[in-house]
Design a protein around this ligand. Structure first.
Ligand SMILES: Cc1cc2nc3c(=O)[nH]c(=O)nc-3n(C[C@H](O)[C@H](O)[C@H](O)COP(=O)(O)OP(=O)(O)OC[C@H]3O[C@@H](n4cnc5c(N)ncnc54)[C@H](O)[C@@H]3O)c2cc1C
Length: 450
């Protein structure tokens, strides 16, 4: 009887445009993880968390995928300091379920609770409070990484700092994160007080996001990406802070999307009508209401597998950040391009960023970040190429967690700390054991010191 942990699998990114046939192992123990790495027969290996990256960052065609979902133990929690030690497959959903009732909130979270903590380190994710709280890695004390040599190495800003900087945002290319220590934040209850304001155009939205708002550390704007002319960039601004009073706990009732939806659902008129309704649901004078953290932080999680809404062809998400000074004009230009192409769908989000990330390949920089879902239809390549060029011209960068289309030259120009990353890879993984479809597409290991 074969004892090999490897099975054939077909994996996709969340946008379902990128696919990979690989061999996958799903270890439950650290010892099994190490044994799986040893038995990978010289083939390239990559960790796979919850597959919430949209493109090919977590895919490794023809190689080996180490699924981390069963490495999901909370190892310890110190209720005096808020320090959590956990395995990489723990999800934000687990932290919400187990620690929020005890008064602890994860200080930085992406917009889905289904992502794993390992995936959050590897993309150095940001949340709706990036200006106030920085990135996920700003709250890490240390990580442990199973490196190409089969050793588990502890890394932090002080210890093996090069490995830390390369692993944070390093899209899995330095090794497998096996444990991490994260400091959680105390909150008075399970809710945020959310202020909603309906704003008529892009200038008003940008002003709303960039005017200092120290009492509301969370801010995000939904943009109607199909509105043009004087309505270009109109949107709904949400500002939020922890609420003092708790809300009654609701049972979590996530609904699934049972089938791929047909194309007409995403046709221009339907999306236009939805956007109009969504914008008008906020009264002209604004409104304020307590909202459970789960609903505020993870609005899309209420519909499981909502990615099927885009049909079998899937969709791309384009997310870029543009630096402060260029931001208003650059975002206007990007929205105009999207408007002309008539491609934007329901989801277009603008957030402010306040700081650079700590990782060599961290995405964040002070400025504005725009994220837009774009259905995968003929002409999408040209559109994404145009958006990449505009981002580059504004001195911005495209987010690797969402990407499936960036060019190698664009990547090199956008990520100026690549040389440091390549130097760390050369030291910790000289033979290129860890690999991904994204690394091959963007030629991340080629040139420079690698
Ligand atoms: C609805 C939605 C909303 C989102 N909102 C945001 C947002 O607001 N902000 C934001 O920053 N991102 C956001 N994202 C992106 C998402 O947070 C990131 O892609 C995140 O990394 C996904 O985590 P995952 O566990 O699914 O990792 P995967 O997508 O499976 O993997 C991501 C990367 O991490 C690596 N990796 C995973 N586990 C490990 C490990 N143990 N060791 C080493 N490498 C590992 C993989 O190799 C891959 O390179 C959103 C995604 C969705 C679907």
């Amino acid at each position: 009887m074969s004892t090999s942990p490897w099975r054939d699998v077909s994996l996709t990114g969340w946008g379902r445009t990128a696919r990979a046939d690989s061999k996958a192992a799903r270890p439950e123990r650290q010892s099994a993880l190490r044994a799986a790495l040893e038995s990978s027969n010289g083939k390239p290996v990559l960790a796979f968390g919850a597959g919430r990256s949209y493109g090919d960052a977590a895919l490794n065609s023809g190689g080996y995928a180490l699924l981390t979902e069963r490495l999901d133990r909370l190892i310890s929690f110190d209720s005096a300091t808020g320090e959590l030690v956990a395995e990489p497959g723990v999800t934000f959903e687990t932290l919400m379920r187990v620690l929020l009732p005890r008064g602890w909130l994860v200080p930085v979270t992406p917009g889905t609770a289904f992502a794993t903590l390992g995936g959050a380190v590897a993309n150095d994710v940001h949340g709706k409070n990036q200006e106030a709280a920085g990135n996920f890695s700003d709250h890490l004390q240390w990580i442990e990484v199973l490196t190409a040599k089969g050793e588990v190495v502890r890394a932090s800003a002080q210890e093996n700092a090069d490995l830390f900087a390369a692993t944070v945002g390093g899209i899995g290319l330095t090794g497998i994160i096996t444990a991490l220590s994260l400091r959680l934040q105390r909150v008075p209850g399970n809710a945020a007080m959310v202020k909603l304001r309906r704003l008529p155009d892009l200038d008003a939205v940008v002003e709303g996001l960039t005017t200092p708002h120290p009492d509301t550390p969370y801010s995000v704007a939904w943009i109607d990406a199909l509105a043009g002319g004087r309505n270009l960039g109109r949107g709904v601004l949400e500002l939020a802070a922890p609420a003092e009073e708790p809300l009654p706990e609701q049972a979590v009732k996530a609904r699934g999307l049972p089938v791929d939806l047909p194309g007409f659902v995403l046709s221009g008129p339907t999306v236009r009508a939805f956007n109009e309704m969504y914008w008008r649901r906020v009264p002209a004078g604004g409104t304020e209401r307590p909202t459970h953290w789960r609903s505020f932080l993870y609005p899309l999680d209420a519909i499981h597998q909502w990615n099927r809404m885009y049909g079998k062809a899937g969709f791309h998400q384009f997310q870029c950040v543009v630096p402060q000074d260029e931001a208003p004009a650059a975002v206007r230009g990007l929205l105009e391009t999207l408007g002309k192409a008539g491609r934007a769908s329901f989801l277009a989000v603008l957030k402010a960023m306040g700081r650079e990330g700590r990782g060599d390949l961290s995405f964040s920089m002070p400025g504005l970040t725009l994220a837009v879902d774009i259905p995968n239809r003929p002409g999408v390549d040209e559109l994404l190429t145009r958006l990449e060029r505009q981002t580059l011209d504004a001195g911005g960068r495209v987010y690797l967690a969402k990407d499936s289309h960036l060019s190698p030259d664009g990547f090199r120009a956008m990520y100026p700390r690549l040389a440091g990353f390549q130097a760390a890879l050369k030291k910790w993984d000289p033979d290129g054991k860890f690999m991904s479809d994204m690394a091959r597409r963007l030629k991340i290991r080629e040139g420079g010191a690698a």
